[in-house]
Ligand binder design. Sequence first.
Ligand code: SF4
Ligand code: SF4
Length: 209
Amino acid sequence: MSSSLRELSTVVSNRLAVAAERASTFVRESGLACRVGCAECCLGAHVECTPLELLPVAFDLIDEGQGEEMLASLARLQREPQSVGCVFLERQGHAPDGRLLGRCGRYARRPAVCIHFGASARLAGGGERTVVACRVMKDDDPVRVAAANAWVSARAHDALNVPSISDDAVSLMALSPAMGMQRLPFNEALKAALEKALNAVAYETDVEE
Ligand code: SF4
Ligand code: SF4
């Protein structure tokens, strides 16, 4: 069980690495960009992802000897009614307009939703693709967002070369529908991924003894 979950984690990790590379090319070529240092979306209780996307970071935490400790922290956070945002968020104060600044403590292992937000397109009504842009981007620089949308529209014939948040979600989900369809608030998704990974590692240890 453990090795197959680890193998699944490796496949997910490889897919996320490809998605991150494509997202970075998209940002470079379309001109869409996050506000420098912005961490506003890492705060959101509304940000959801799947345990599947968080399997690689769950195994990292276990391999670093932090799995149980993180699980206990996540269980504690779950009992606190006030949301504190993503557990990996390292806060760095606020911008003059009050928006949160910060950095991701696990940037190289961030899940698909974090890779794609502000760095991909989605299918809008009428079959047209539009950029996945947030309120901060639209408020900061609507002209840049419009230009990025025009860049995407100009590539309608070449849609496969424009990263798509929805297509990538479907392709990830196909790897493990049980874990890939379960959309949860970030910290809950990490808790679910850690529980599965810890169980898998415990099973592996039992078998080896
Ligand atoms: S997607 Fe928007 S809210 Fe999130 S970090 Fe980028 S600019 Fe900030
Ligand atoms: S994983 Fe990183 S980028 Fe994603 S919500 Fe958490 S802190 Fe933000």
